[in-house]
Design a protein. Sequence first.
Length: 163
Amino acid sequence: MSTVYSNANYNIETESEDLKPRTFFGNIVDTKAAFDGVLTVQTTNSASTCEIGAGFKADHVAMLSQVKFFMTDIDNLALYNGLLKFQGSNDNATSTTWTDLYTADENIHEGWNYVDLNETGTMPKYRFYRIYASTTTGCLVNEIKFTGVETVDNSDATYSCNV
C-alpha cells in the first residue's frame, strides 16, 4: 500500500493510464457515462451550470499527472474558452471549495484534449475531481480519463496499516 509520502519520494506505485474513480457525481444525465470508455455518447445537461465529477476511496487521494477529455460538436468556442474548468477538492462531492487546476482557452478542440498536471513536478492530490462550467453546455464531454496513482492520503514518513 502506498502513501502520498512514499509516492512523492520513492515512486512506489506505477501510474495508471486509466485510473478508475469509485464514485461519480454531477448535474448531467448519467454522470458515470463520462467515464465508461465509450467515445460516441456525449453527456447532456439542462441545469444553469454544468458539472461532471468523480471521487476516490475514503482516506485516499488521486495524484494525477494528466487528465484528458474527449469532446465533439464544439460549434461555439465562447461556451468553453475561460469557462470550462478542471478542479480538485478534498472536502466532498458537494463542496463549495474547489481548486482550479486548468481553465480551457482558445486551444480547446473536438477530440482528445490533454492537460498536463505535472508541469511543476508536483502532481495535485485530491479525493474529488470535476469538470465544471458556469454555463449549461460548458462541460458537455464524451469521455474523461485520469492518469496517475490512487494512494493513501498520508504525508508522514511512516504509516501503520490496520490489519
